[in-house]
Ligand binder design. Structure first.
Ligand SMILES: NC(=O)c1ccc[n+]([C@@H]2O[C@H](COP(=O)([O-])OP(=O)(O)OC[C@H]3O[C@@H](n4cnc5c(N)ncnc54)[C@H](O)[C@@H]3O)[C@@H](O)[C@H]2O)c1
Ligand SMILES: [Zn+2]
Ligand SMILES: [Zn+2]
Length: 378
């Protein structure tokens, strides 16, 4: 089968790999019809996960047609059209039973975290979804079967695997409520969808921040949010506190460790090299109001020095974070798609055959050609 493989920093290759196959009795294999590149794949692409090895198949946003089923699978049959969540979840452990599927106890033998497709041995060792075929474990829990009567295109349904539920979880986990002022850092796919859900939760004011002008324009045009380019404002934190009269009640960081503004940071009177960027987090800390909440959806994966704990403590800030437990959101958001309550189509800017993956990663990472979200067709 053809698959997108990691070959080191900024180097991916579409290669012929061994076909995905059933390994356990409750596995299924799907023929991927549409997949996509996520901001999380850029962390791999930029060489930020040292456990990645050459020839690892990447990608974690799958949908397709069931091709093979293990002898213990009864939830799906061959030929079903399915969406698969990016989090590997068993459906039976304490976490899965409590809708906390992103920390499934059985999905990752290597460490005490959840398991995810296409994210190295550190996250369960599951091969990725940017391929013609994908092995999906826990076939009686993971797949969401799209009702045959559904007249919704692949493009919208694919967003159920990660981007849409991650965005909805972000505003719910942050506790966004009617009347709130919400700042969303980042206008990539996750930030843009988070802005939509913030309005749906009744926010009174939604402010979007980025430094890429075409993405800010997209946010303003499609989500009707206030937008600010942090590079053209002298001290963005102070500016946001001023225009919100003390800060936003909720700040949602949809950026993570790749934030612009890396490198040296002041610690006391010392200049220190910060292990990983806290750029977006620092912005959030400077924009949230007293007793407010910071939600980290953008991924952080390192140890950090110079973490401003005291600044958060003395202002009674709540800090929430993590990997989105998307599995249980899929049927909920499917209904919202069907009812026309949410539509993610506007963020899709590119549709490319899987052979063009190297080009797709390049334009997404370098913010070229107006790129926001790229779909790949195996
Ligand atoms: N928690 C989860 O379960 C989960 C799920 C999906 C994605 N993610 C993470 O969400 C983040 C966003 O994903 P995406 O697909 O939208 O990626 P993306 O890379 O397209 O978007 C990030 C955006 O942030 C902007 N940015 C950079 N520095 C900034 C700063 N200091 N302030 C404000 N904006 C800044 C970039 O210009 C870019 O537009 C990534 O870190 C991704 O790994 C997390
Ligand atoms: Zn993702
Ligand atoms: Zn589980």
């Amino acid at each position: 089968m053809k698959a997108v493989t990691y070959q080191g920093r900024h180097n991916i290759k579409v290669k012929e790999m061994k076909d995905a196959s059933l390994l356990r009795r409750d596995d299924i294999v799907i023929r991927v019809t549409t997949t996509a590149i996520c901001g999380s794949d850029l962390h791999l692409y930029n060489g930020e996960l040292r456990q990645m090895t050459d020839d690892y198949i990447i990608g974690h946003e799958p949908m397709g047609i069931v091709e093979e089923i293990g002898p213990e699978v009864s939830k799906v049959k061959k030929g079903d059209r399915v969406v698969i969540p990016f989090v590997v979840s068993c459906g039976k452990c304490l976490y899965c039973l409590n809708q906390l599927e992103s920390q499934c106890d059985y999905a990752n033998d290597a460490r005490d975290t959840g398991g995810f497709f296409g994210y190295s041995s550190a996250f369960g060792g599951f091969q990725g979804a940017q391929a013609e075929l994908l092995r999906v474990p826990y076939g009686n829990f993971m797949p969401f079967v799209i009702p045959p009567s559904a007249e919704i295109e692949d493009e919208k349904l694919l967003m159920l695997s990660d981007a849409l539920p991650t965005a909805l979880w972000s505003v719910e986990n942050a506790g966004v409520r009617p009347g709130d002022t919400v700042v969303v850092l980042g206008c990539g796919p996750i930030g843009l969808l988070t802005q939509k859900f913030a309005w749906l939760k009744g926010a009174e004011r939604v402010i979007a921040i980025d430094h890429v002008d075409y993405r800010l324009e997209h946010a303003k045009r499609t989500n009707l949010v206030e937008t600010y380019n942090f590079e053209s404002i002298k001290e963005i934190e102070g500016y946001i506190r001023e225009i919100t009269k003390g800060g936003a009640r909720v700040v949602i960081d949809c950026v993570g460790l790749d934030a612009k503004r890396k490198g040296l940071e002041m610690v006391g009177t010392l200049m220190m090299v910060q292990g990983g960027s806290l750029g977006a987090f620092r912005m959030a800390a400077g924009m949230v109001r007293k007793f407010g909440t910071i939600q980290l959806t953008g991924i952080y994966g390192l140890k950090y020095n110079a973490f401003p704990l005291g600044q958060l403590f003395e202002r009674n800030i709540t800090l929430k974070m993590g990997l989105a437990p998307v599995t249980h959101y899929i049927p909920v958001i499917y209904q919202m798609l069907k009812d026309g309550i949410i539509d993610p189509s506007d963020i899709i800017t590119h549709r490319l055959p899987i052979d063009k993956a190297p080009h797709a990663y390049d334009i997404f990472n370098e913010r070229k050609d107006g790129c926001i979200k790229v779909l790949l067709k195996p």
